[in-house]
Write a protein that binds this ligand. Structure first.
Ligand SMILES: [Zn+2]
Length: 62
């Protein structure tokens, strides 16, 4: 199933064009983000949030 709610396929973080469906950049920002921003910005941000919640032991003991 393909969901295309917006015609705007620009990354919300770097404004490059997103190939495919992109990634969900929440909670960093809204819209979509590209592969690179997902890996370099969104995932580290999520890890940081998890660490702040005290989940870091789970993350690193897996
Ligand atoms: Zn990007």
């Amino acid at each position: 199933m393909q969901i295309q709610e917006t015609e705007d396929n620009k990354c919300s973080l770097c404004w490059n064009e997103v190939e495919g469906f992109g990634y969900d950049p929440k909670p960093l920002t809204s819209g979509i983000c590209c592969d690179l921003c997902n890996e370099e910005l969104v995932i580290p941000h999520r890890i940081m949030i998890s660490a702040q919640r005290g989940d870091q032991l789970k993350l690193f003991e897996m």
